[in-house]
Design a protein around this ligand. Structure first.
Ligand SMILES: [Zn+2]
Length: 89
């Protein structure tokens, strides 16, 4: 179950009301990539899906054809830091 709340200028989503974690990541993707997935390193739109993160099957990985880097739904977000802290303990 998700326990965090996302806020933006136009909407507030109380994710704790959503019981399905996969649905939470679907909402996260729709907000983060609302204008299409862009590389977090070079901002290129020439990216393709590249499987799921091994430690979280709900997080989509991507590969950038321009700079050859890999990133995922949580790259460069506070959620990435929170996830890493949770894994580290
Ligand atoms: Zn790139």
């Amino acid at each position: 179950m998700c326990i965090f709340v996302l806020k933006s200028k136009d909407m507030q989503i109380q994710l704790h009301k959503i019981l399905d974690v996969g649905m939470c990541y679907d909402i996260l993707r729709s907000i983060r990539w609302d204008s299409g997935v862009k590389c977090t390193n070079c901002q290129s739109e020439t990216v393709v899906k590249n499987g799921k993160v091994s430690t979280n099957i709900d997080v989509q990985r991507y590969h950038c054809h321009s700079c050859k880097s890999y990133f995922d739904d949580l790259s460069d977000t506070i959620l990435m830091v929170a996830t890493n802290l949770y894994i580290i303990g």
